[in-house]
Design a protein around this ligand. Sequence first.
Ligand code: HEC
Length: 152
Amino acid sequence: MFKPGIWSGALLGAVLTAGVAVAAGPADYEIVDGGIPKALTAQPGNAENGREVAINRKLGNCLACHAVTKLSDQPYHGEIGPPLDGAATRWSEAELRLIVVNSKKVFEGTMMPGFHTTEGLNRVAEKFEGKTILSAQDVEDVVAFLMTLNEE
Ligand code: HEC
């Protein structure tokens, strides 16, 4: 039996879901010379917020794999990746932006997740499909924080 109410509800749900997925998808960006020179957002990155995103276990969780002397008030510092001290002396802001957005474009086959891409994610739970780990503003904030790591 045809039930128009249910069908139109399902259709509306599908449309709304698609809308959400698009809104949460990665921002447009262009890779130039191994970096992303243009900020992803109009609002400049905030290093204080970036610090919070970096240490947040559900967001950046950077300390799962990296040690950072500036974050020595935080409990665990991993060793899977290199220490991030002095990252701003080794990489330009554009390069750091690309490393955070999609590390695979800089380090082939790296274990580091691409934080603002939907590429290369395997077995993503349905609720995360089409979504990125960090928002465009989170990325800008983390990059601003990385730019403060200018001492080896
Ligand atoms: C699952 C582990 C993992 C996580 C989580 C991770 N990284 Fe990495 N990262 C790596 C590895 C491994 C490398 C070294 C690149 C390679 O694979 O050769 C790296 C490299 C880097 C580099 C370049 C290092 C340098 O100084 O030369 C930066 C910068 C960086 N990561 C930043 C971050 C930030 C910021 C976060 C959190 C938002 C993060 N990483 C989260 C594993 C990780």
